[in-house]
Design a protein around this ligand. Sequence first.
Ligand code: BMA
Length: 379
Amino acid sequence: MAKLFLIYILGIGLHVSNHKLVGQAIDSTNGGPADKKATKETIALYDNLKKLLNKGFMFGHQDDLAYGVGWKYEDGRSDIKDVTGDYPAVYGWELGHLEIDKPVNLDSVPFDKMQQLIKQGYGRGAVITISWHLNNPLTGKTAWNPEPGTVACILPGGSKHDLYKSWLDKIALFMTGLKGSRGEFIPVIFRPYHELNGGWFWWGGKHCTPDEFKKLWIFTVSYLRDQKGLHHLLYAYNTDRYSSKDEYLEKYPGDEWVDVIGFDIYQRNSSNEEFIADIDKMLSMLEEIAREKNKIPALTEFGGNMADNHWWTDTFLKGIGKHKISYVLGWRNAGGKPGGQFEGYVPYKGHGSNDNFIKFYKLENTFFESDISNQKIYQ
Ligand code: BMA
């Protein structure tokens, strides 16, 4: 018992030993995850995400348990819970700056706190997804520094390849620190290199060739999976807005390297009607691709029109309503920022759209944490 306890304690810290992890070769229906040695909880998650597609979609929120509008790190608090009494079904987290050994991520969330909050959400039966706005490894600047040649330089043989591997080692260490109460690894939908068709990140748009991007993706997955022995990750390939299936698939690395396919969309200046039409069109294409490739479709990030108090049912739902989609992830409620801007994408205490959001919450096909806990998606 004492020995088991010690192993558990060693396992929950951020600085767990980085030994190779042994996966369990269990096959599953639908082809199963891209990782053929995925742990049984990861396979269960994958299968259940597919099954749930027929019933509705899960609602997710970035950084939900860390902070919201007007508060930070209050135990058990969540803007979604403040409004609905229930937590989101999907929790998004972000690892940017882990690669440069900062104790907090680029949005000031401490990594050790993040691990605890991930365990909390998973412990209640919810889904975890993690993005990574990693700095530019060539220039040392941010993810938004699209220096030509960056992707090429981190590929095998490139001048920054070893540096990139050392960054992946840190990602692997963080991931191995994620364990549930029985010592099992917490399955994570890992979503690196998102918005890959946009021009703002160093890995995006024309800053690398499709071939370079595919090589980067394949190297990253095989390094984490085969070298580091991580078998509790599902991988999400994700673009920004897109206008054709060809555009969506231009940098797709192949079915054996991807589990979830998604895109990010922000309404910004478009009208509600335009947004409904856009999201409807993109989801139709995504669904087709998901069907052809046997993948899980998701709206991996979104931001709507928070000034419209009926947006949730009258716009968002109209755009996604008839589609089969696994989950939608509202981006972070950062609230007021030092520069005076406000950032928030889901309702919070006192917000004008709360009544409408509660209507949305009560619909049969919108899943929040209590719905998902009942489904026991890790079994
Ligand atoms: C952006 C904004 C930024 C944030 C970044 C990474 O969309 O929310 O404030 O730093 O994502 O999370």
